[in-house]
Write a protein that binds this ligand. Structure first.
Ligand code: TXA
Ligand code: MG
Length: 341
């Protein structure tokens, strides 16, 4: 299959959107840009179309998808918000939608079981990317990241082509993703002391951001076969090249004859690992002012470059676990876990 690449530029992205909507209405799949990572979308209410997403991604059916809506009022099409959570859900939507926050809520019967992997809950978000939002306004879509299962999420149309080129009919090229890491996933719940937010996946909306709204708790680690906090399959976001994350520079002892690549946070002058060996390839997450947000945007891009550089081992520095640094370290640790296999 030829994958048609349509560039959504400022003037005529509407045309690209119309083409994507037509494909989706016809039961097809389309890769679309969002502010986090590119998604592979299908009509959320068409189980056959959703099955194609699993097939194309080679994704196991126990890993549920996120439904993207285009209007806040469309939440009721996919989820049933319990009365006791009305207020907190309204506040979360008012504060963070459209944006990189996914809410896990009890699902409406109409949502196919395949979307939720048979769970009684559904994950929903409203993207702030105008292309995804324009599509979702016409047709709510189930869309996981547009990568093969377990691999690095794509943050550009080039990366989508690397992952799924030839397997899907169309990708809308909306440029590089603004955030670069997948959305924060939370499950709002009512406790005796008031609402709490269970943080299922750290992301661009940080724990500190969420704390302003309600108490945040991080569920205990779950096993892959107990997918209550999914996306949380240990090995995920993995390059094909083995990756190690080094917390203390002294922990890195290079072996003779091994070609190492370095994923550095800030690079020359700000890296304790730079001098540790003769790196065959170096990628710097934040070559600018050394901000975590810049590192987050570039993390998957840099990992992809390192994976393509032909090194034997990728060595990553760790970043401080504050704000989006929590999500960055989450992805790096999973990438390391996945690459060991
Ligand atoms: O930023 C994002 O969220 C991107 C863009 C494309 O929107 N999407 C994304 O989808 O990251 P995906 O499939 O790669 O990750 C979705 C995660 C999965 O790990 C899934 O297990 C979790 O959301 N999830 C989906 N439904 C859930 C549910 N009912 N309860 C808990 N977690 C759920
Ligand atoms: Mg994914």
């Amino acid at each position: 299959m030829d994958t048609k690449r349509v560039v959504a530029d400022f003037e005529d992205w509407r045309e690209a959107v119309a083409e994507a909507v037509a494909l989706l209405e016809d039961g097809g799949v389309v890769a679309l840009p969002t502010e986090t990572v590119y998604g592979l979308a299908a009509d959320a209410f068409n189980a056959e179309a959703v099955a194609k997403v699993f097939e194309v991604k080679e994704r196991p059916s126990f890993d549920p998808l996120i439904v993207h809506i285009g209007h806040k009022r469309d939440l009721e099409l996919v989820a049933k918000v319990p009365e006791e959570l009305d207020e907190i859900v309204d506040e979360l939507m008012a504060t963070y939608w459209p944006g990189p926050l996914t809410l896990v809520l009890p699902k409406k019967e109409d949502v196919p079981d395949l979307v939720t992997s048979g769970l009684e809950t559904v994950a929903v978000r409203m993207s702030s990317h105008e292309v995804m939002r324009a599509v979702a306004r016409e047709i709510p879509v189930a869309a996981p990241s547009a990568n093969r299962f377990g691999r690095i999420s794509p943050t550009s149309a080039d990366a989508v082509m690397e992952e799924l080129g030839g397997k899907i009919p169309m990708v809308i090229d909306g440029g590089a993703c603004r955030d670069g890491l997948e959305s924060t996933i939370i499950a709002p719940e009512m406790s005796e002391k008031g609402p709490i937010l269970r943080l299922l996946r750290p992301g661009p909306i940080s724990r500190e951001d969420l704390r302003k709204i309600a108490k945040v708790i991080r569920p205990k680690k779950t096993k892959a076969d107990h997918i209550e906090a999914p996306g949380q399959v240990e090995s995920h976001y993995a390059p094909a090249t083995p990756l190690v994350v080094i917390d203390k520079p002294a922990d890195f002892v290079p072996e003779e004859g091994v070609k190492y690549g370095l994923l550095s946070y800030r690079g020359e002058g700000n890296s304790s690992l730079m001098e540790a060996t003769d790196w065959a390839h170096v990628e710097i997450m934040s070559p600018g002012k050394g901000k975590l947000a810049e590192g987050a945007v570039r993390l998957f891009y840099c990992l992809r470059n390192l994976d393509a550089a032909g090194v034997d081992v990728i060595v990553s520095e760790s970043v401080s676990e504050t704000g989006i640094g929590v999500a960055m370290m989450d992805r790096l640790r999973r990438a390391a876990a996945g690459s060991k296999k």
